[in-house]
Design a protein around this ligand. Sequence first.
Ligand SMILES: [Zn+2]
Length: 207
Amino acid sequence: MAVRPITIWGEPVLHRRAEEVTVFDDALRELITDMHETSDAAHGVGLAAPQIGVGLRVFVYSFANDDGVPPRGVVVNPRLTLSKVSGSAPDPHEHEEGCLSFPGEGYPLQRAEWVKVEGFDGDGQPLEFTATGWFARVMQHEYDHLDGRLYVDRLIDRYAKKARRAARRHGWGVPGLTWMPGIDPDPFGHGDGDHGHDDEHVHTHGH
Ligand SMILES: [Zn+2]
């Protein structure tokens, strides 16, 4: 069990489709434990396996929701069914999203308000639930990672330009870059002494 380094934009595993999980064994359960520990150390609300360099279709989440779903869990080999995404411009305050693999930045993006999630838990048992609002956003964000897509790939022009500039400024876009939760400064400003975090901020930023 361990906190693992988080891959940054440009690392190839983030930009290709992850593979289906075919064996539900101790190695998978250890991966899931590490993903939860890494997400917690990074003050994240979700983390996908490619974000710790593993090209498998697995994500974890930690998100108190109004949908009657356990606030912490894993989805293996997920399938998502989405409600229609609004075609209107995203609101910079209401819809700002962030990613642990594009650390410290945030841009608004429209997402479906509602998703059905189907998949498996770490023991291979089928699971199914519905997520709404921010929880639905987390599901869509994590699922995208498994198809090699980050939220910054979905931005409208004006924000996509800003994201490209930020990546250049940080020197991202090349293989091999990572950051270490709990050791490197928290990119979204959630320090260790900061136990009463601003929920909105956590929701906004840590996927
Ligand atoms: Zn992300």
